[in-house]
Design a protein around this ligand. Structure first.
Ligand code: PAF
Length: 279
């Protein structure tokens, strides 16, 4: 595997490649990321991964500084997966001058759910993803469904800008007890780790009730948030939304059987976890 940090060198290395499958990451790779590499391999060749902890998508009080950086371990894992190039730019490579041109998603999609609690997050994501795509020029790129809203925003962005990159969504990789794998799980103490699957359990409960014909999403959301709060969590949201645009369903939508997804974000101790489940 070639490890490349300069954009120019990356372009030289990938020149003429028409079927590149790309997996952007922020490193601290776990089985979830590796499953994205395997999916990428099924959709293209060569597989290119990136590791870049993107300052632009972190708020001033978020975990940019303490975000886990485990580069040597990550390299070994990617080598085992047969990744052809790891693009690992430094901040200077990626942002040699202040990144004044930004890509901002539309308010309706960018300012709800995660966007409401992490202002500027999706602008940071869209900006870096656009720039990474410009560097790698992939035919396909793989994003996990765990970051459901991110996947939708990137997919819409690629479509609206007519980018020549197909966006592929990968199923969420879960531990045996249901907890979605995430680099931030590493922040959890043993007691918190034992409690963490409760987030997925409450999503399952909400989804189960909706599938059984419950027609009051707000009451379900409220009940689920209270349930988590009673166990010591600080929920930001548990929200039932339409899969198509992540807006709240109207009663007509519910009547019509509009496909839904329930999304959640909650803090356990000082760790903020997110998860979702299609209904
Ligand atoms: O999901 C992530 O790890 C990041 O948001 C991404 C897509 C690599 C952009 O920095």
């Amino acid at each position: 595997m070639k490890i490349i940090s300069s954009i120019e060198e990356l372009r030289d290395q990938l020149r003429g490649q028409l079927r590149t499958a790309f997996v952007p990451t922020m490193g601290n790779l776990h089985e979830g990321h590796l499953s994205l590499m395997r999916l990428a391999r099924r959709h293209g060749d060569p597989v290119v991964a990136s590791i870049f902890v993107n300052r632009l998508q972190f708020g001033p009080n978020e975990d940019f500084d303490k975000y886990p950086r485990t580069f040597q371990d990550d390299v070994k894992k990617l080598e085992k997966e047969g990744v052809y190039v790891l693009f690992a730019p430094t901040e200077k490579d990626m942002y040699p001058e202040p990144q004044e041109y930004r890509v901002r998603p539309p308010d309706g999609l960018g300012n709800t759910l995660e966007g409401e609690f992490r202002p500027g997050f999706f602008e940071g994501v869209c900006t870096v993803v656009t720039k990474l795509f410009s560097c790698v020029q992939p035919r396909v790129a793989v994003f996990g469904k765990k970051d459901y809203q991110q996947l939708m925003i990137v997919r819409n962005m690629a479509r609206q800008f007519a980018l020549p990159t197909e966006i592929i969504g990968a199923e969420t990789f879960r531990a045996e007890d249901g907890l979605a794998l995430s680099s931030r799980n590493g922040y959890l103490s043993d007691t918190e780790r034992a409690e963490a699957p409760a987030l997925f359990q409450s999503l399952n409960q909400v989804a189960g009730e909706m599938r059984a014909g419950h027609r009051d999403p707000l009451a379900l959301e409220h009940g689920a948030m209270e349930g988590l709060a009673a166990r010591g969590w600080k929920p930001d949201y548990i929200s039932i939304r339409k899969r198509i645009d992540l807006q709240a369903p109207t009663s007509a939508d519910l009547e019509r059987g509009e496909p839904l997804v329930v999304l959640a974000a909650a803090k356990l101790g000082s760790t903020r976890l997110i998860d979702n489940l299609e209904i």
